[in-house]
Design a protein around this ligand. Sequence first.
Ligand SMILES: *Cc1c(COP(=O)(O)O)cnc(C)c1O
Length: 400
Amino acid sequence: MSPSAQSKESAVPAASPASADPSKPAFDFLDLRAQFASIREEVMAAVTRVFESQHFILGSEVKLLEEEVAAKLGARFAVGCASGTDALILSLMAAGIGPGDEVITTPFSFIAAAGSIAHVGAKPVFVDIDLVTFNINPALIAAAITPRTRAIMPVHLFGLPADLDPILEIAKAKGLLVIEDATQAIGSHYNDRFIGTIGDFGCFSFFPSKNLGGAGDGGLITTNDPATAERLRMLRGHGSKKKYYHDILGTNSRLDALQAAVLRVKLPHLDSWAAGRQNRAERYRKLFEERGLTSFITSPPQPPAKFHHVYNQFTIRVLLRDDLRESLRTAGIPTEIYYPLCLHLQRAFRYLGYEPGALPVAEKASQEVLSLPVFPELKDAQQDLVVQSIAAFRTMRGGA
Ligand SMILES: *Cc1c(COP(=O)(O)O)cnc(C)c1O
């Protein structure tokens, strides 16, 4: 064992944060190596199959993945594309949304949903979130609707479904489309249906850190409408059905056969990996309870029965967030802040004219959130160290 590997090992069970090298985390925030080791042979066989075929774009691997994802999620159609961002853009294009239109979305998320709305020339309209779920607050949507509103784009943030029933009700009453940003939540369900199949479009990402991650970029759109599926297929291939004949204007956003082949190996594991994440989330809650940390930090509660959380992230709230994060960093514990600046306050969206304070709940969340490591292979000892270090910080600060 090398000296560095040794210190890495000993850093895990150590009670004293001082023994860790502050420049290096004791373990990775997301470590996919154990997952790969468990499916290595199947993945390598799938990759070899694609190389031997020398068919790298779309083709049978992509068609099979589309069929398998559609069957798994209970969607009538699935259309692969180049990324989750493109899934959002292609959905907006297929809906004919563009200049002069408004789309309602959340200010507390990765930029892709709001960015896609702007990318097609429409205006993102931000509606504040619920502090417990971090998702768009449906009670605030009606007030944001104008004659120009065409769609609502909820994000199922961190793997927890947005509250779709009231969103669908408003959409139906006002004749709006619902485009689900399901990029962080593949496999989660709401009532008894998989998210992404409940609205008009479901947008998925296969970015490696998502719950179903490829070996690079990839995305997919689900829909139950045959004409929409046909339009999406045309849009991803420059608007053509017949080669070199272009009926509409599209773009190049195809899924690679290599990605599809890898994803086909991983898809059957989706539920057991989600169960592994849920198990780690449940254990965090138990440990926080045991250590009396529940008044110091707010962890995501076990959601009501109709919501199914797949924990792409386990995100707590804590008032002394930045100090806690620094203290954890020196103890060798990796954390992330998703997301440090709300979308309505981003420089790129300055033209929309939002001022600080406009969306107070999202802004509060951005100051208090801290995402902790959560993945199926996260070890008990690693999780214990995370919780011990939070407790040590609380004691140091004289908290009860
Ligand atoms: C990852 C992500 C996307 C975009 O996915 P890419 O495949 O990276 O383009 C969109 N929205 C959210 C909330 C995401 O987390």
